[in-house]
Design a protein around this ligand. Structure first.
Ligand code: IPE
Ligand code: MG
Length: 228
């Protein structure tokens, strides 16, 4: 989700206003995704690197996150949405973490859609913590180098239960992955929307999914193989 700051600047508003509108776009997009039938929606809400932003902006983002978790509680529970969060959650302010954990637990048995918030998340950091777990297991003599496989590494990622990423949408015209779900994005279809995130809505999501439907995913095979 990119472009909140530019959306605000274009209107002569403080960046925080862009984040506030961005939260409204999150609400609309989550609802649309659920109605369209998306099974897993991961929102890159705050990266590990976003901690480098000015403290005032970080504080406002954390406040908006807390508000989101409080205000969307009924919407999430009533619509059978399972909320999960990935990232270095220990860095979140305790009040935010508490509210988030509580809603994750309350919605844990829901099945219609998984809504994952990537918070204080970095794709490289996720790979590093997985490598560290493997090293610890090896040190304890539980595994040997030959046991290290793609499946083992994947099973140690924070994102393990999300599965592979099918469609990655980045807004605001930027064409970067910016340390999002690096491992799960190995075969993701990339879609770049010119919309600034606060302007993103159902029509943009539908356009992205329509585009995705027209792609041929070959996973290393030939077109002939895939078509037969
Ligand atoms: C994305 O919008 C929101 C977060 C990273 C939380 P930005 O804040 O990055 O907006 P721009 O890129 O400055 O326009
Ligand atoms: Mg940005």
């Amino acid at each position: 989700m990119d472009g909140n700051g530019r959306w605000a600047q274009a209107r002569g508003l403080p960046r925080i206003e862009g984040h506030r509108q961005g939260a409204a776009a999150v609400r609309a997009t989550v609802r649309a995704a659920r109605q369209i039938g998306v099974r897993v929606l991961t929102l890159f809400a705050f990266s590990e690197q976003n901690w480098r932003r000015p403290p005032g902006e970080i504080g406002a983002l954390m406040e908006l996150l807390l508000r989101y978790v409080i205000d969307e509680r009924a919407e999430i529970l009533d619509n059978d949405i399972r909320l999960v969060a990935i990232g270095e959650l220990g860095r979140l302010p305790p009040r935010v973490r508490g509210a988030l954990d509580e809603l994750c637990a309350a919605s844990a048995k829901n099945r219609t859609m998984t809504l994952c918030l990537a918070l204080s998340y970095g794709g490289r950091e996720d790979l590093v913590q997985a490598a560290r777990q493997i090293a610890e297991r090896a040190t304890r003599g539980e595994i040997r180098p030959d046991d290290v496989s793609a499946a083992l590494l994947e099973s140690m990622l924070l994102s393990r239960e999300l599965g592979d990423l099918d469609l990655l949408i980045r807004t605001s015209g930027e064409r970067r992955i910016s340390n999002f779900l690096l491992w799960p994005a190995a075969y993701a279809e990339l879609y770049f929307s010119e919309a600034l995130w606060p302007d993103f809505g159902r029509a943009d999501l539908e356009a992205a999914i329509d585009d995705y439907r027209g792609r041929q995913r070959r996973f290393g095979r030939t077109a002939e193989q895939v078509e037969s």
